[in-house]
Design a protein around this ligand. Sequence first.
Ligand SMILES: *[C@@H]1O[C@H](CO)[C@@H](O)[C@H](O)[C@H]1NC(C)=O
Ligand SMILES: *[C@@H]1O[C@H](CO)[C@@H](O)[C@H](O)[C@H]1NC(C)=O
Length: 210
Amino acid sequence: MAARGLVILGAVVLCSLVAVFHGAEGIMFSDLQKTLLVSASPRPGQVLEAGADKITVTWSLNQTYQSGSTDSSYKTVELKLCYAPISQKDRPWRKTVNDNLAKDKTCQHGIVSQPYTPSNSTFSWTISRDVPTATYFIRAYAYNSQSKEVAYGQTTDAGKTTDLFEIRGISGRHVSLDVASAVFSAFSVVSLFGFFYLEKRKAKRATQEK
Ligand SMILES: *[C@@H]1O[C@H](CO)[C@@H](O)[C@H](O)[C@H]1NC(C)=O
Ligand SMILES: *[C@@H]1O[C@H](CO)[C@@H](O)[C@H](O)[C@H]1NC(C)=O
């Protein structure tokens, strides 16, 4: 009986320890050094089309930091497309969670992941067809050999207000096209009937005048 109690107690302690360590593992955005310079081709406010338009992203190490000391742990760089605050409003599924990056939903669309180099790297990306209509910016994360985020850079300022661009999603476009064609069909049906009505009235008047 006592042995069983001990086993249960041991299991509970172990679980709590795992929970504590797991919690401590969460990387905070404020833990990351902003050492990457990132720029992208869209002009501020430009509207791009998902599945068609390209975005060219350039990134490098900010040379103000001594290369070799800061970036010695960087293994890979991943570029991501991130929602601007205006497109996160009232959408908990895009929420920013800065105190645990594993739960952060700001940057949901991966662009590319490449081995890290301090020099300029450029990548040209055709916007995926599944990217929804929203306002975006681009962020680069540097990961260490344990695939943990250690540094970042982004195309916007800290408040995420500058250099934002828009993407029009494919489904949004289809919806508006469908609406447009529905309106157009309704209009042609109405005009067809209108045409017949006018013709008929003309014919009637013609017979009356005879
Ligand atoms: C590069 O880093 C330095 C030091 O943190 C910073 O003052 C500077 O603004 C950075 N350069 C750019 C272009 O962000
Ligand atoms: C990267 O390219 C920019 C502009 O093309 C240039 O100003 C900068 O010096 C380059 N940086 C490196 C590390 O080559």
